[in-house]
Design a protein. Structure first.
Length: 115
């Protein structure tokens, strides 16, 4: 199993970024996926989830209405569209797959929101 995040960077407050997580090594379309983030000095926190088909999504209250999780099963990729970014969104963002009894994480991508 391999998860590779990309799309992070430096953006001004109010800006947008789209993160991608490319998955391989498992039947991607059979599993729900999640995005997490970890800010400096803080614990990793859940951001958003999407069902295996993409028909169901859930969001942390802190990002609801600003972030959108989606997936392209044909491309084995899950996305996180982030709009109206705030400085408090600064963190390393990770995607996660839960397969049978194990969690798999990517290496993360840094998002910095600053003027």
């Amino acid at each position: 199993v391999q998860l590779v995040e990309s799309g992070g960077g430096l953006v001004q407050p109010g800006g947008s970024l789209r993160l991608s997580c490319a998955a391989s090594g498992f039947t991607f379309s059979s599993y729900a996926m999640r995005w997490y983030r970890q800010a400096p000095g803080k614990e990793r926190e859940w951001v958003a989830s999407i069902s295996s088909t993409g028909g169901s999504t859930n969001y942390a209250d802190s990002v609801k209405g600003r972030f959108t999780i989606s997936r392209a099963n044909a491309a084995n990729t899950v996305y996180l569209q982030m709009n109206s970014l705030k400085p408090e969104d600064t963190a390393v963002y990770f995607c996660r797959a839960a397969i049978i009894d194990r969690f798999y994480w990517g290496q993360g991508t840094q998002v910095t929101v600053s003027s």
